[in-house]
Design a protein around this ligand. Sequence first.
Ligand SMILES: [Fe+2]
Length: 316
Amino acid sequence: MTLPTITILTPEELPITPGRSLDGPDKTIVSDIINAHGFVLFRGYDSASAEDFHAFIECFDLPNFTYSESFSNAVRHNRTARVFTANEAPPEVEIFLHHEMAQTLSFPGQLFFFCEHAADSGGATPICRSDLALNTLEANHPAFTAKLRKLGVRYRNSMPENADLASGQGRSWRHTLNVASIAEAERRLTSLGYEYRWLRDGGLSVQTPILPAIDDFGRGREVFFNQIVAAAAGWANAVDDDEPRLCFGDQTRIESADLKAAIAASYQCTVDLEWQRGDVALLDNLRVMHGRRPFTGSRSILASLCSPISRSAKVI
Ligand SMILES: [Fe+2]
């Protein structure tokens, strides 16, 4: 097994000047590292604020992916037009490995993180090589991975009526769906192939259409691109909504031993990115998963999502 490699770029190796796009050779330096390892860390650049981070990422000429249009479950706050807080979940809450928004039909191809303020302790961002995790899982659980390939998965999650800041996925249904009324919410969900059920407390339980669980995105290398680890390890049932958070695409149950194996395989292929103030990381969301270790202190990691990708539901 090979652990992910943390490659660090510094201003001496790659000068980046806010307001000026990277030239072709400089972009190649970055893309070569991303192609080899799935992510890269920029350290020693003079970024201190959300505005500095915004100016830094503008140099890469990547299209923005707006949080307001996404189906992300996390509560976040915008700091600039393309920079927002990574997740408002409390420090003691672990955010388990995931590909950003892999449980939805549109997701960012790439993402940046920026350390505005490092935690007193903990708070690393675990990064998992999803292709290696898939290989590890497949070696020991070939029947499970074959079934995932064939059937895909469906996710169920509850959206509260009002934002729940104590949860890692507490975004309200109005914000998540970007709607103002129940009727509008129902129309939006139906048009996207979601099933839904209103909860007694005003919340909404939704189930996605069938989504692929393993994909190569036309690159010739499969990845474990799904939300299985985060859903199995971290998604809690809401009151009045006790159905499993995950199932195969044909609505059959995924055995808990298989879910545990997927979690274990993913964390076996993970390295912790320990933040220093001013660090910026660029991740290929189609290649690596990320999460958040619990922490103490006032950690502030900002995020920016780029390069929107949409896909259709899987047909089985
Ligand atoms: Fe995330």
